[in-house]
Each structure stands twice: as C-alpha cells, then as structure tokens.
Design a protein around this ligand. Structure first.
Ligand code: NAI
Length: 337
C-alpha cells in the first residue's frame, strides 16, 4: 500500500523501514506534520501514517478523503488529535497502536518521580559545575508516601505494579476498576479524594473533552500542600496557567511534565538556536522544582520496534480487508480537542 508517513524523525524512518522488509509497503517519509496546511501532500496516498502532534481536524480529514486516502494509521496509543466523527462520515478507517510497551511509559514516570523526589536533575547540573554542596537538595523518601494514579489502564496499572516495591500507599481514580490493580492493593477513591490524600498525583488518563484541564485551579487547590504532580498522559489534561499559579503560591511542591498543551509548536525539534515565543512554557522552565521532558515516555527500542510492526500490520490487515482489532470507532466520541 502507498503510505504517506508524517512527522518522521530519523529513528521513525529507521524502525519503520526495518520492519517494512516483512510487509512490503511503499513508504514516503515527510518530516513535517499533517494538518490542513500540509494535507495536499497526502493526495493520492491510500493511507497516511501519523503521530501525536499531527492535527487531523474535520477539514483535514475531509480533504484527505477527497484526495483518495482511505486509512489513517496512528503510530501511537492516544487518538485525541483525530476527529473520529468526521473520519467516519467520510468513510475513513482509523487504526492505532493501543499497547506497544506500557512499561516504557510507566518506568519513565517512576524515573521522573524519583528524580524530582531526590532533586537528581539539579544535582547532576551542580556536580558538573564543580558545586558539591548539598544545601537545597534535601529529598523526600517515596517509601511511606501516598501515590494517586488517575487512570488505571495499561500504563497506570504498569506503574502501580512497579510502585508495589516501594512501600507506598496506592490510590486510584478511574470510572473503570482494574481487577489487576485491586489485586495489587490499590484502593479506588473519587478523583477529589485522591487529590486530597495523595502526596504524588500521576496522570494516565486519555485526553477527552471530559479530562481537558482536569488539573486546573480547583483541582490544584484540593491537592495536599507541597504535593507533586506528574503528567505523562497528554498536555491539555493540565491547565498550564493554573499550574504556574499553583507553583508560584507553593501550593504545588513539584511538577514533572513529559507532555505540554502547546507541545506541537516545540517538541521533537531542535530549537536550541531559536527564540522560544511561548511565555507559559518558558515560565515553567524557570522553576527549580519543575522537571520537563519532551514527550519521551514512549521512547525505547522495544516500544519503537513494536510501534513500527503493529502500525504496518494494521495497514496490511486493512489492505487485505481483515480486522486488526486496533480500529477506533466513531462511537468513542472523542472529537479532536
Ligand atoms: P488505556 O486506554 O489503557 O487507559 C486509560 C485509562 O484512563 C482507562 O482505564 C480509562 O477508564 C481511564 N480514564 C478515562 N477517563 C478518565 C477520567 N476522567 N478519570 C480517570 N480515569 C479515566 O491507555 P494507556 O495505554 O494506559 O495510556 C494512557 C494515556 O497515556 C494515553 O491516552 C496517552 O495519552 C498517554 N501516553 C503517553 C505516552 C508518552 O510518551 N508520554 C505514550 C503512550 C501513551
């Protein structure tokens, strides 16, 4: 099948081209994002392959369909960037990679928690600079604390499993209860109770209209004073301006972000020689108790290999008229937000 692959970095091309030896698709790689501005590039391609920051709003989807595209293959788990209703109305099939390595994101999340808890990000810079003072690096044990997991799907459950070794009390909020989490001793509580009781709040729910700005002014006010927030889900689950206010007032003690609401303008690109115009993001970077990474949670060899193989298998299944099981239906009802 002829596939236009958008938002590709060198590592995407390497893993996809390597896996494609088994599938034999015709891959055309583009390093820019798919959006209403670039959709003409996809003209005549039966499938497009996209990632987290490609923007498939209703206009883009309709123009894809008019250009002959029949399949949107996401090479990620989240699908908040695709207008599913528009895709269904145009007869476009949407597939994704629901689980490539939940452990990759769970381990990364645990790394962020430990790093912030013990100020490793600051210690690393200090020692390289010849500053061996410990003043200001006082840490907090994770052992004995309460960790609240918002969303106990694949990644949230994998995190709960890792955390069982740390002697923490585990709370969770999710409309769907995971039997695996119950077996691990996780206690389900309402979202508000989780905010009030947890020392560390870690977000693992998808971005939907219901979870958009779930962590806003009211939620920060409910959190334990001096608590920690970790977001490796999707940027817009957190209201970045409310986050800054919570950090400035010391209500929030620390934050780790692997995702950011406006990351599409920044992440996956080397902007070290550019002036960054996003003042909200730049303000976040100034806090000593904020640890920010550029959507890196998924980025392991195993995950990239799994993503490439599942994406190409999804496309082959569509081409052969079979069901891969990774189709996303419009009734998921998650218009792009
Ligand atoms: P999943 O679909 O297995 O689990 C999501 C869970 O969130 C489900 O149990 C669902 O019931 C729950 N949920 C939905 N609405 C909720 C709400 N309002 N409050 C609490 N829980 C709610 O998804 P998975 O694989 O665990 O991934 C979670 C999210 O992580 C993805 O949607 C994606 O946005 C993000 N992600 C981030 C990556 C990164 O590199 N940082 C990589 C992969 C995924």
């Amino acid at each position: 099948m002829r596939i236009a692959v958008f938002s590709t970095q060198r590592y995407d091309r390497d893993f996809l081209a390597g896996a494609n030896a088994r599938f034999g698709h015709e891959l055309a790689f583009f390093d820019f994002r798919l959006s209403a501005q670039t959709v003409e590039t996809a003209h005549g391609f039966a499938a497009v392959c996209v990632f987290v920051n490609d923007r498939l709003d209703a206009e883009t989807v309709q123009r894809l369909a008019r250009g002959g595209t029949r399949l949107i293959a996401l090479r990620c788990a989240g699908f908040n960037n695709v207008d599913l209703k528009a895709a269904a109305a145009c007869g476009l099939t949407v597939v994704r990679v629901p689980a490539y390595s939940p452990q990759s994101v769970a381990e990364f999340t645990l790394g962020l928690i430990l790093c912030l808890r013990r100020q490793l990000h600051r210690a690393y810079a200090r020692v390289r600079n010849g500053n061996f003072s410990l003043d200001g690096l006082l840490g907090r044990d994770l052992n004995g604390s309460t960790v609240g997991i918002v969303g106990t799907g694949r990644i949230g459950t994998a995190l709960a499993q890792l955390l069982t070794g740390f002697g923490v009390k585990l709370l969770a909020a999710d409309p769907v209860v995971s039997s695996q989490c119950l077996e691990l001793g996780v206690r389900y509580v309402p979202f508000e109770a989780l905010l009030e009781q947890a020392d560390v709040v870690s977000l693992h729910c998808p971005l939907t209209p219901q979870t958009h700005h779930l962590l806003g002014t009211a939620a920060f006010a409910r959190m334990r004073r001096g608590g920690m927030l970790v977001n490796t889900s999707r940027g817009a689950v957190v209201d970045a301006r409310a986050l800054i206010a919570a950090l400035k007032s010391r209500q929030l003690g620390a934050v780790a972000l692997d995702v950011y609401e406006q990351e599409g303008d920044l992440f996956f690109t080397d902007l070290s020689n550019e002036v960054i115009e996003d003042d909200v993001f730049e303000r976040l970077l100034t806090f000593p108790n904020a640890l920010i990474t550029a959507h890196q949670g998924f980025f392991t060899e195993r995950a990239l290999d799994e993503i490439a193989r599942t994406t190409l298998a999804n496309i082959s299944a569509f081409e052969q008229g079979t069901v891969s099981g990774n189709e996303i239906k419009a009734e998921h009802g998650l218009a792009a937000v």
